[in-house]
Design a protein around this ligand. Structure first.
Ligand SMILES: Cc1ncc(COP(=O)(O)O)c(C=O)c1O
Length: 384
């Protein structure tokens, strides 16, 4: 049992990947959690961001990882389902969950509030208000109106399916206030947003909405979207994003007790996880691995980065030397089970060698499938 008495997170630990490989000689992929990396990274984000940090649980809902992000100082969690709320509440019962999606299962908002005390909800259309108001106590709730905003520097546009046109948002906020809840404003500039300018643009739209309202808005949720650098995909530092946000929030119509909320997923989930996979087959410059696009690499099918940092191992030791480019394939029979791009690896890489892909914690574990019977749930901790 942990200190909350609900869950013991105590995986097999190794000092480093070499030690793990010598001990396990794993046949299936092994996912390695680096606790110190997760904690330090979350701590840096919380220290640097000028506002309230909500971890977007969808990026990685694995309990161990939620707990490490919590230990790094994150106390607020952006959840998109009752199941995510239940997981967070089991791992860290004193955290606050926010139900930040306009689409919920019937009864989920009621249960979130009655069982877990959730106070923050979201709609993005007037039609969403009545069903929500029928499930929760509006008088003690904050309801966000989500505004659509797009920017060309986003790898994924999260306003394709969600968010009201800016011109409609004042009406939605008025309706929320009329229904007795505290109205608040949210938007999401996209995912893997490669230019801080996206936040300037969206905050500008928010400024116009706020200026048209007869009341103050205390909470502004600027969503997630902070990218990570990967090989071949270099992005600005987090501080450049934070500076733009700080400067532009200062231009909003003032409100007493104004707070800015942020929902980073990738920025908190990515850094502390790696996947250690085995080379099964080599055909010239093509390698077939025991994990692929239906497993830990599934997010590579979306626009964005194509590679992760990689190291090779043989006989439990790091493999170095001259390198060349390889194409990587997963283990399934499917013709699309091929990773985009190419990866530099030692020229004599061969079956039985292992590869460690690091920085793979975002949108990876949660997307694994059992397609073709390939699946691994083998997680270990690397303490070194
Ligand atoms: C509402 C919402 N908030 C936050 C995020 C997290 O995005 P990111 O991982 O790009 O920070 C997402 C991603 O889909 C989202 O839909």
């Amino acid at each position: 049992m942990n200190r909350f008495g609900v869950m013991k997170i105590n995986r097999v630990s190794f000092a480093n990947v070499e030690e793990m490989l010598r001990a396990l000689q794993p046949v299936i992929p092994v996912y390695c959690i680096y606790p110190d990396v997760y904690e330090a990274n979350a701590r840096d984000f919380v220290a640097g961001f000028p506002g309230r940090v909500l971890y977007a649980v969808k990026a990685n809902a694995y309990p161990d990882i939620i707990q490490l992000i919590y230990q790094g100082g994150v106390r607020h969690f952006d959840c998109a389902s009752l199941a995510e709320i239940e997981t967070v509440m089991q791992v860290c019962p004193d955290a606050l969950c926010y139900f930040m999606t306009p689409v919920r299962l019937r009864g989920a908002a009621r249960e979130a509030q009655s069982r877990f005390g959730v106070k923050h909800f979201m709609i993005d259309h007037l039609s969403g208000l009545e069903p929500l108001a029928g499930e929760i106590d509006m008088g003690s709730s904050v309801v966000f109106a989500r505004m659509a905003t797009s920017h060309p520097s986003a790898m994924q546009d999260l306003s394709v399916r969600f968010g009201a046109p800016p011109a409609d948002v004042a009406d939605i906020l008025n309706a929320i206030a009329g229904a007795g809840a505290e109205p608040a404003l949210a938007f999401n500039v996209g995912s893997s947003v490669t230019s801080p300018d996206a936040y300037r643009h969206a905050i500008g739209l928010a400024r116009n909405v706020l200026a048209a309202l007869p009341f103050e808005i205390r909470l502004i949720d600027i969503g997630g979207g902070f990218p990570r650098s990967y090989p071949g995909f270099e992005v600005p530092s987090l501080n450049e994003y934070f500076d733009v946000i700080r400067a532009n929030v200062a231009t909003l119509p003032p409100a007493s007790n104004r707070e800015v909320l942020v929902e980073p997923g990738r920025a908190l989930a990515a850094p502390g996880l790696s996947a250690v996979v085995e080379v099964l087959l080599r055909k010239e410059q093509r390698l077939y691995l025991n994990d692929g696009m239906y497993g830990i690499f599934w997010e590579l099918r979306f626009k964005g980065h194509e590679r992760f940092p990689v190291r090779a191992f043989r006989d439990g030791k790091t493999l170095r030397g001259e390198t060349q480019s390889f194409r990587l394939h997963g283990p399934t029979c499917d013709s699309t089970d091929t990773m985009p791009g190419e990866v530099e690896l030692p020229v004599d890489i061969r079956p039985g060698d292992y590869l460690e892909f690091s920085g793979i914690g975002a949108y990876s574990l949660s997307g694994r499938t059992e397609f073709n019977g390939h699946y691994s749930d083998q997680l270990v901790t690397i303490t070194g």
